[in-house]
Design a protein around this ligand. Structure first.
Ligand code: 5GP
Length: 194
C-alpha cells in the first residue's frame, strides 16, 4: 500500500537492525486518516470471505482492527496480555513471547467471545517472527473458530514469521513488507508500489 510505504519512509525510524519505530502514526500518536485507508484496504482484500469478527492483540493492533471493523460492520475482539500463568477456565490462553519487550506472557481471550460459529480475520500492526500470530492460532484452535486470514500492517520480510504462515497455507496479506532496513541506508520494500 503506497500511502503506508510513503508514511514509513517519511516518519519511520529504524532502530538497530530489526526494530522499526512508527510511533508518529501508529504506535503512540495515531494518524486516523491513514488508519482509515488501511481499514478500507483490509476490507477490499477480505470482503468476500464471510468474516463475522476481527481478532487482534492489545494494544497496538486495536486501532487498525477497529478501523477495518467499521468497513466489515463486525465486532472486534482483542486478546489481552497477562503476566499470570494461572488464568482460570473461563479463558482461552496461549503462551507467547514479545519481540519488542523481550518478555514472555500469556495471551488470553474470554470463552464468551470466540466460538466455532466464528469466521475470524486476525489483524495486527507488525509481523516479525510470528510469535503473536502463532499464539492467536493456538487460541483459535482451542475455541474451534475458523481463521479466514491474517491482515498485517507492516511485515518485516527479513524475519521468518510471514514465510512460516504462508507455508501453512494461511492467507496472509501485509499492507507493507519491509525487505531490508538500515539506520543509514533507509528502508526497502518488497514489491514496492511506485
Ligand atoms: P512477532 O510476534 O511476529 O515476533 O512480533 C509481532 C509483534 O511484536 C507485534 O504485535 C508488534 O507489536 C511487535 N513488533 C515486532 N516487531 C516490531 C517492530 O519492528 N516495531 C514495532 N513497533 N513493533 C514490533
Amino acid at each position: 500500500m503506497k500511502l503506508l510505504e510513503e508514511k514509513i519512509r517519511q516518519e519511520g525510524q529504524v532502530i538497530g537492525t530489526d526494530i522499526l519505530k512508527v510511533d508518529m502514526f501508529l504506535n503512540h500518536q495515531i494518524d486516523v486518516n491513514l488508519l482509515d485507508e488501511m481499514g478500507k484496504e483490509f476490507y477490499r482484500l477480505f470482503k468476500d470471505k464471510g468474516i463475522n469478527k476481527i481478532l487482534t492483540v492489545e494494544s497496538s493492533g486495536i486501532a487498525i482492527a477497529v478501523m477495518a471493523a467499521k468497513y466489515f460492520n463486525v465486532p472486534v475482539v482483542f486478546a489481552k496480555k497477562s503476566s499470570h500463568k494461572n488464568v482460570g477456565n473461563e479463558l482461552y490462553s496461549a503462551h507467547s513471547h514479545s519481540f519488542t519487550h523481550g518478555k514472555d506472557y500469556e495471551m488470553i481471550v474470554s470463552k464468551k467471545y470466540l466460538s466455532p460459529d466464528d469466521n475470524i480475520l486476525f489483524i495486527d500492526d507488525f509481523l516479525a517472527g510470528g510469535n503473536a500470530a502463532f499464539s492467536v492460532l493456538d487460541i483459535l484452535k482451542q475455541s474451534g473458530a475458523n481463521l479466514v486470514g491474517i491482515g498485517i500492517a507492516i511485515e518485516k520480510g527479513f524475519q521468518d514469521g510471514g514465510k512460516k504462515i504462508r507455508e501453512m497455507g494461511i492467507e496472509l496479506q501485509s499492507l507493507a513488507i519491509v525487505e531490508e532496513m538500515d539506520e543509514v541506508e533507509g528502508i526497502n520494500f518488497r514489491n514496492a508500489e511506485c
